[in-house]
Design a binder for this molecule. Structure first.
Ligand SMILES: [Zn+2]
Ligand SMILES: [Zn+2]
Length: 338
């Protein structure tokens, strides 16, 4: 903790709050910021600040020392809060359903170490001017030459732009933030990372909050509707006719599904609770399977015989096996007979 941060105001209290109020405020904030309960990246440092403030108040001797130092310290106005920043975070359905740890790449400007943020470097010995190559003059339009602005015609310089930062005094640094994504998070939800939106130049100041807006990537198998997962499963027409076991995907793994003979059941199956979970892994939606009949694209000579026999057998009792075909045959007959 900064030596002059007021421990009472860190706990959201006025100076001179009772011990009971201090304990209550500490318990509440500790619950909020404890890294085991709070996924945001700021949780750990915030928790430490609160704990340090609490311990300082509880120690009368240290608190007296702090008060003396604080009253001697010059008043500095608090830095204005930084701007908030929103960034998109794309998750797979599995990541969103189960929760995950994601590395977030953040660009951040820091002061250039080579020039201490000044953008300029001093040289012990003069160096050639990069604009005129030490000539002192540069060519301008029309073939005439004029005095070099970089060095004022001297050709050599004691001070140049810092090569490390191109003279800006700032360097872009990529930093990776590890974010805990809770399970069952949905499309469009936002995760708030307190005080992680530090962007500069000017990045020295107070940081705003970073919001991660969740976007769910398209999935190879599933389409999410509310919390139900819909999946189209191709199945051979023969398997559909006689029923039997097929393999279907869930978010976690493939599971067997007992298909009932088609005329009795239809093509849609609903597996309760195997859809997208609610927050914190609680059972949410269903898995809805849409079976899609697949016709063979090639029939060999051997299969042809089998199918001929099958067709003949089913044609024996068309009213029961295929009423649609029986009705069609009847319509054709009626048209032909005058
Ligand atoms: Zn520099
Ligand atoms: Zn020059």
């Amino acid at each position: 903790m900064h030596p002059f941060d007021d421990p009472f105001s860190l706990l959201g209290l006025n100076r001179g709050a009772s011990l009971e109020e201090v304990k209550r405020a500490y318990r509440r904030l500790a619950m909020k910021w404890h890294p085991d309960r709070n996924a945001t990246a700021a949780a750990e440092s915030e928790f430490k600040r609160i704990k340090a403030a609490y311990e300082l108040i509880l120690d009368p001797q240290r608190y007296a020392e702090w008060s003396k130092e604080a009253s001697a310290a010059p008043e500095t106005p608090p830095a204005p809060p930084g701007e908030d920043l929103t960034q998109t975070l794309v998750l797979t359905l599995e990541e969103a359903a189960l929760g995950c740890i994601k590395g977030i790449e953040l660009a951040r400007s820091t002061r250039c170490a080579a020039c201490h943020g000044t953008g300029r470097v001093q040289h012990i010995h003069s160096v050639p001017c990069p604009l005129c190559n030490a000539v002192g003059r540069v060519r301008s339009e029309g073939g005439r030459s004029r005095l070099c602005e970089g060095c004022g015609g001297r050709g050599y310089l004691r001070e140049t732009d810092c090569a490390e930062c191109g003279g800006s005094g700032w360097r872009k640094k990529q930093r990776t933030l590890s974010v805990k994504v809770p399970s069952g998070i949905s499309h469009g939800e936002r995760l708030r990372l307190a005080r992680q939106a530090r962007h500069g130049p000017g990045g020295d100041g107070a940081a705003g909050d970073l919001y991660l807006e969740i976007r769910l990537a398209e999935h190879a198998f599933f389409e999410l509707r509310e919390r139900d997962l819909h999946c189209t499963v191709p199945v051979s027409i023969f398997r559909l006719l006689i029923g039997g076991k097929i393999s279907v995907p869930t978010l976690h793994e493939s599971v067997p599904l007992e298909v009932l003979p088609f005329p009795g059941h239809g093509l849609d199956y609903r597996l309760p609770g195997l859809g997208f979970p609610k927050r914190h892994g609680k059972v949410g939606g269903d898995l809805v399977l849409h079976l899609q009949p697949v016709y063979p694209l090639h029939v060999g000579a051997g299969e042809r015989g089998l199918l001929e026999r099958l067709d003949a057998a089913l044609s024996d009792d068309p009213d029961r096996c295929a009423p649609e075909l029986a009705a069609w045959a009847e319509r054709l007959r009626q048209r032909q007979s005058p």
